[in-house]
Design a protein around this ligand. Structure first.
Ligand code: HEC
Length: 105
């Protein structure tokens, strides 16, 4: 019985650490790949995950709405752009953890 409790505890902590890790990787990629233009005083306006709802981010990516999208996405890579989208959706306006100031205005 004790072992079962420990196992549940261990798995919960492990899972939380794991999802947090993915979240942070997407965040780092977002800052590295997007904020070099989208920053205060940069060549494009400041953007943050909480600027849009999750579905809007999804469509923005899947429809290739970004100016010069192909060039940008091929330099970021499919795997990393998925991680960035995941991060944006997990922290979008309608998410449980909206992030409005990762890139300061
Ligand atoms: C090479 C510079 C550059 C990079 C890198 C870049 N962007 Fe942009 N982005 C722009 C420009 C320029 C615009 C057009 C701004 C305008 O319309 O005034 C834009 C527009 C946008 C818009 C629409 C503006 C809005 O408020 O809805 C979004 C969303 C966006 N970018 C997201 C991203 C994301 C996410 C990334 C990283 C994956 C990224 N951008 C990387 C330059 C960049």
């Amino acid at each position: 019985m004790k072992f079962k409790k420990f196992l549940i505890y261990f798995l919960t902590v492990y899972f939380m650490a794991l999802t947090n890790l993915w979240g942070d990787e997407g965040k780092d990629l977002f800052i590295k790949n997007c904020a070099n233009c989208h920053k205060s005083g940069g060549s494009a306006p400041v953007i943050n995950p909480a600027d849009k709802a999750g579905e809007i981010w999804k469509k923005y990516f899947s429809r290739g709405r970004h100016p010069d999208n192909e060039k940008m996405m091929s330099s970021i890579g499919e795997e990393n752009s998925k991680k960035i989208l995941n991060y944006l959706m997990n922290n979008a306006a309608d998410s449980e953890h909206p992030e409005a100031a990762i890139i300061p205005k």
